[in-house]
Write a protein that binds this ligand. Structure first.
Ligand SMILES: [Zn+2]
Length: 357
């Protein structure tokens, strides 16, 4: 395609998507009063940094170990961008290595105030999980980080953020949350297939409903399809959310229709890797959920799902990392108490504002 035509086509696509080709509004001073969220690229693991307007922070998971500290370096780079010099709270959703593995390397690079977990590791048959659990315990023993074990119904002790534990250690919330229309019968249960528990740490994932003003943000770690069931059926205990951090990197073992159609996110952020997560079944459930399917919202991806196809990836403007050399680009989200928020792609500077509702 001639350069001019391609540029025009790109511009058209940009306009059609409502994406603004302006610099990402991610710098700390530009977002007074906002909650800032950074989605680090840890190649199909999780590492999500929340920074409250009061300056307190929460990191959910730490990515993988090894690779010369790649994931810890990427998290620290985002901390620098966010003006964070100490991690106040690091929550480990569960003890699989793509979540807890980065803890020792991270602790060697930046002070950690508190490590939050669901209780001791329960999966003793998997060597990598055992190694992650041991590294976690060694970090607790060799640093000043305090351990805090939380349970379903607990509120995380973080100023400026209302973060309630809705799953953990194999238990899920047994009553409806306030807000989001929670507490009604869930019409999506009947057509949502049942699946057995995995009997792994995934079933034990800590899940959070984070409320910031009018915004509701859901992060369930790698909580499994079977554990979503008692949380959402027959009564929807969560209600609608604005932002869904897609469980389990978009693997087809989480994100049942009973969950995703009921929470009906406006925006979903999938922390998939190039060759991990981003499965066609989970991608389809999220894309077909009510508010994304009717263009009231969007799915964003940390990577192109390279084992999938073009029909099961979002447009490139909403993907942080394309096939090829991996620069570890992040996505960020700046959220306001009135319910509006902006998602930004570090790779191309594109951003999109979602209005208050
Ligand atoms: Zn995972």
């Amino acid at each position: 395609m001639p350069r001019l035509v391609r540029t025009a086509a790109t511009l058209f696509t940009t306009l059609a998507l409502g994406l603004a080709a302006c610099p990402a509004p991610a710098a700390a001073p530009a977002a007074a009063g906002a909650l800032r969220i950074y989605f680090a690229d840890v190649e199909g693991g999780q590492a999500t940094l929340f920074v409250t307007p009061q300056g307190e922070n929460l990191l959910v998971d730490t990515g993988w170990p090894g690779a010369g500290g790649r994931d810890a370096d990427r998290i620290v780079a985002l901390c620098k961008q966010a003006g964070v010099t100490r991690l106040d709270n690091v929550l480990i959703t569960h003890f699989h290595t793509d979540h807890v593995g980065g803890v020792p390397q991270l602790a060697a690079r930046i002070p950690i105030g508190r490590l939050i977990d669901h209780g001791d590791n329960t999966e003793t048959s998997d060597p990598a999980t055992l190694a992650g659990w041991q590294g976690y315990q060694q970090t607790l023993a060799s640093t000043h980080a305090q351990r805090l074990t939380v349970h379903v119904g607990d509120m995380l002790p973080i100023r400026g953020l209302h973060a309630e534990v809705v799953s953990g250690d194999g238990h899920v919330l047994q009553h409806p949350l306030a807000g989001g229309g929670a507490g009604s019968q869930n019409p999506y249960c009947a057509s949502s297939p049942m699946r057995p528990l995995e009997d792994t740490e995934n079933d034990k994932s800590l899940g959070l409903m984070i409320t910031f003003g009018k915004l509701r943000i859901l992060d369930l770690g790698d909580l499994t399809w079977a554990q979503e069931r008692p949380l959402m059926c027959p009564v929807d205990n969560l209600g609608k959310v604005d932002i869904y951090i897609v469980s389990h990197h978009g693997m087809d073992r989480s994100s049942s229709p009973a969950l995703v159609d009921a929470i009906a996110p406006r925006v979903a952020i999938m922390d998939n890797g190039g060759h991990k997560g981003g499965s066609q079944p989970a991608w389809t459930v999220v894309s077909a959920s009510p508010r994304i399917a009717n263009n009231a919202g969007d799915l964003w991806q940390l990577h192109t799902a390279e084992d999938s196809d073009a029909a099961h990836n979002v447009p490139e403007q909403r993907i942080a990392n394309l096939p090829g050399a991996d620069a570890g680009h992040s996505l960020s989200l700046t959220a306001y108490r009135n319910g509006s928020f902006v998602v930004a792609n570090q790779r191309n500077g594109a951003s999109k504002r979602y209005p208050a509702q």
